[in-house]
Design a protein around this ligand. Structure first.
Ligand code: HEM
Length: 308
């Protein structure tokens, strides 16, 4: 019954709920967070084979309203990143609920119970039901998630350590809902699409450095720290869509021990590296939301700091 566990098995279905919380709803939210592990148990105990994973994230402004202690080291509102051509928008979000399982029904049932608890104090401002698409591909047709760190490396990438000892074992998450311009994308040849991503489409192989364009998605998202170690995040992106409205998208969700890593990737994508050399994926994908959350441990939910 993993709760607040960020790294886990690949799930076929997912739900993303972003909520805003009204003034005065703080006590209800605190109670809800304390009860969340019990709610999760009530659903997942009956279907352990569905591997339900639940993560609740708390936005910076809500933290200040809930707790009389300073924010965790890296918790801040997501700041818009505006380049000459593309903008990573910042949109409201006090709570993020990220649910994953083998099947959507179990996510839906828990989401319904969450909404039941929060309906008088919160508004769901964004709701996405995602699914894994053939071969773990996104709707652009490329396998998504291949270079995610695994096992111990994934844990190290997402978990806060001694740098903020009070919150060791916690994590941070940034989410963005991207919509794709499928007509423009399909107008590209497969070879040109591969240059946008920096990997081959069918075989899912990374291009060698001499052929990979500097504005490809991969080139701009492989980043290193001063001593040459790769700075990694764990992504759990999911495709979503609506046939009637012809809405096709990717829900980006990136977990990290330090959201500054994800923000550096976003600056590379939206402002460009060097400036102006922006990610080609953005010519076909536009974010319509963007927000940042702190993901506390299960123990924290059980024993929350004093109320403000
Ligand atoms: C429209 C939204 C996006 C789509 C469709 C997308 C798709 C992909 C695909 C197909 C790959 C190659 C396979 C792999 O997962 O390793 C990839 C890699 C990657 N993406 Fe994205 N991505 C999106 C947004 C983002 C954003 C917003 C970030 C960071 C803020 C990001 C960070 C990365 C990273 C770090 C890699 C792995 C690079 C490597 O180590 O090779 N992606 N993405």
């Amino acid at each position: 019954m993993p709760i607040q566990q960020v790294v886990g098995p690949s799930s076929r279905a997912g739900m993303f709920l972003v909520l805003t919380i009204q003034e005065g709803g703080e006590a209800t939210v605190r109670d809800f967070l304390a009860d969340l592990p019990g709610l999760v148990r009530g659903v997942s105990f009956r279907y352990p084979e569905h591997e339900l994973m639940t993560v609740a994230g708390i936005g910076a402004n809500l933290w200040d309203r809930l707790y009389a202690v300073p924010r965790p080291l890296h918790l801040h509102p997501f700041a818009e990143i505006k380049g000459a051509k593309h903008t990573a928008v910042s949109t409201p979000g006090d709570l993020l609920i990220h649910l994953r399982a083998r099947h959507l029904d179990i996510c839906f049932e828990l989401a319904r119970q969450v909404s039941e608890r929060l309906k008088w104090v919160g508004e769901v401002v964004d709701e996405v039901h995602g699914f894994k698409f053939f071969d773990d591909r996104d709707l652009l047709g490329f396998v998504d998630g291949t270079e995610n760190p695994e096992g111990g490396k994934a844990e190290a990438a997402v978990m806060v350590g001694d740098e903020d000892a009070t919150y060791a074992g916690s994590s941070y998450v940034i989410v963005q809902k991207y919509l794709h311009d499928m007509d423009a994308w399909r107008a590209l040849s497969t070879e040109d699409q591969e240059k946008v991503i920096g990997r081959s489409k069918l075989e899912n192989i990374e291009m060698s450095d001499d052929v990979k364009p500097s504005n490809s998605h991969i080139a701009l998202n492989v980043i290193e720290d001063a001593d040459g170690t790769q700075r990694q995040i764990v992504r759990e992106n999911m495709p979503f869509g609506q046939i009637g409205t012809q809405e096709f998208g990717t829900y980006f969700i990136g977990y990290a021990a330090d959201p500054g890593i994800t923000e550096e990737m976003l600056r590379n994508m939206f402002i460009g590296k060097p400036e102006g050399n922006t990610d080609r994926i953005l010519d076909f994908s536009t974010p319509v939301t963007g927000s940042l959350y702190f993901v506390p441990t299960e123990d924290f939910l059980d024993d929350q700091p004093a109320a403000r």
